[in-house]
Every structure is written in structure tokens, then in C-alpha cells.
Design a protein around this ligand. Structure first.
Ligand SMILES: C[S@@+](CC[C@H](N)C(=O)[O-])C[C@H]1O[C@@H](n2cnc3c(N)ncnc32)[C@H](O)[C@@H]1O
Length: 207
């Protein structure tokens, strides 16, 4: 049974890698691949708890934005741990008018600016900052995380976010492995999309 589960998971991940490569080539973007935190230009104090760069699959993001469009008319999007900007680009394509992203790696921020610039996406701001140090917008906004860091970072970030975010804002989380941290902070899960043989979960929260 475990072997079957493993084979299904590997097959699903391979399928997404192939589709993502094709999509990147077609869109002339550079967002694929995995980069470990120690390979990035990150300050030592920011390294602990950081997860690797790996973009959420295009198909998962499409599914997420299709749900978001039905749920809210908010047109601002903020990617906490934006990496190379794939989710920001997908937010633009799905109609978001104001895009914000932050990443603690300057290299990632440059890549995100490059990708968005190449597609002529002008309405975007990328901040090179540790997520623990940022002030989040108090206007209605769609916040997004693709499992960017572990508990020790998520706890203070979730606390700042819930204190600062508008009651009409939404938090979308891909692979919410540390959901208990969000719940303990006061976030309420309103929906979970469980897709691709349970390999990609997207949960949505409100304060
Ligand atoms: C899994 S990637 C997600 C990339 C992007 N959101 C996407 O789905 O395409 C996580 C990103 O979070 C960034 N990150 C990790 N810890 C961070 C921190 N403390 N502050 C800001 N960014 C962080 C990493 O550099 C990485 O680019």
C-alpha cells in the first residue's frame, strides 16, 4: 500500500514538473526548479526555518485562483515568500490589479522582478525582507503562502498577519503542513481543495 502511494505521489509530481516546464517555456518565464535555502543569499538569522524555493504547480495555482474568484472580489494579492514570482504572475492573469510579494533572498526578488517585467506586469511591488519584519496591508487582500517556512517563523508571521489584516482579507495556503499554528493564532479554515491524489492541498482561511 505504501509503495502504491509512493508511486502515485511520484507520478503526480513528475507530471506537474513536466507541465510546469512546458508552461514556463511557452510563457517565457523562469520559475521551475528547486533551490535549497543555503544556496540562496540569505542572512544567517533568516536561514533557520526557511524552506527551499519551489514554486506551486501551475495547475494547482489555476485551481486556487478559480476558487478565489468565486469567493471574493478583492483584487490585491500578496505572496509571502514569493520566490521567482510564479504565483504573482498567475494572480495577474486571473485579474488581480495590485500585486505584492516579499522574499528574504535578493536573488529571488530579482528573479521575480525579471519574470514579471518580461510579461509587462507593471502593477507589482517586490520587497526583499524577512517575513517576520514586514507590515501587511490593512486593506482587503488575498494573502498567499506556499509553505515557505517552519513553525518558528510561521508563528510570528501568522500573529502579525492576523493582527494587521482586514476582516475581508483571505489567506490561501498551499500545502498547509502546519495548520495547527494558524488555528492557534485564530485563523478559521473556510475551505480545503484536496487535489491530485491528495498531493496538493490548498486551504483558505479568514480571521
Ligand atoms: C516554497 S517557495 C514558494 C515560492 C512562491 N510562493 C511560489 O509558490 O511560486 C518559498 C519561498 O519563501 C522564501 N522564504 C523562506 N523563508 C522566508 C522568510 N523568513 N522571509 C521571507 N521569505 C522567505 C524562500 O526564499 C522561497 O523563495
Amino acid at each position: 500500500m505504501t509503495a502504491i502511494k509512493w508511486a502515485l505521489a511520484s507520478g503526480t509530481k513528475l507530471k506537474h514538473r513536466i507541465i510546469d516546464s512546458i508552461a514556463d517555456t511557452a510563457l517565457r518565464l523562469k520559475t521551475t526548479g528547486r533551490i535549497e535555502p543555503f544556496e540562496l543569499d540569505v542572512a544567517p538569522q533568516s536561514l533557520a526555518g526557511a524552506h527551499a524555493y519551489q514554486a506551486a504547480p501551475y495547475l494547482v495555482l489555476s485551481k486556487m485562483f478559480a476558487w478565489i474568484k468565486k469567493e471574493t472580489a478583492t483584487e490585491s494579492f500578496f505572496d509571502i515568500g514569493c520566490g521567482k514570482g510564479r504565483a504573482m504572475y498567475m494572480a495577474h492573469v486571473s485579474g488581480c490589479k495590485s500585486l505584492m510579494g516579499l522574499d528574504h533572498s535578493e536573488e529571488m526578488c530579482l528573479a521575480a522582478r525579471f519574470n514579471l517585467g518580461k510579461k509587462g506586469v507593471g502593477n507589482s511591488e517586490i520587497y526583499c525582507q524577512d517575513a517576520r519584519e514586514v507590515s501587511f496591508p490593512s486593506d482587503p487582500c488575498i494573502f498567499f503562502m506556499n509553505n515557505p517556512f517552519g513553525t518558528e517563523v510561521l508563528r510570528p508571521v501568522a500573529k502579525n498577519l492576523i493582527d494587521q489584516m482586514n476582516p475581508d482579507s483571505l489567506l490561501a495556503f498551499v500545502n498547509p503542513l502546519r495548520e495547527h499554528v494558524l488555528r492557534n493564532t485564530g485563523f478559521k479554515r473556510i475551505e480545503t481543495l484536496d487535489s491530485y491524489n491528495h498531493n496538493y492541498k490548498i486551504s483558505f482561511y479568514r480571521k
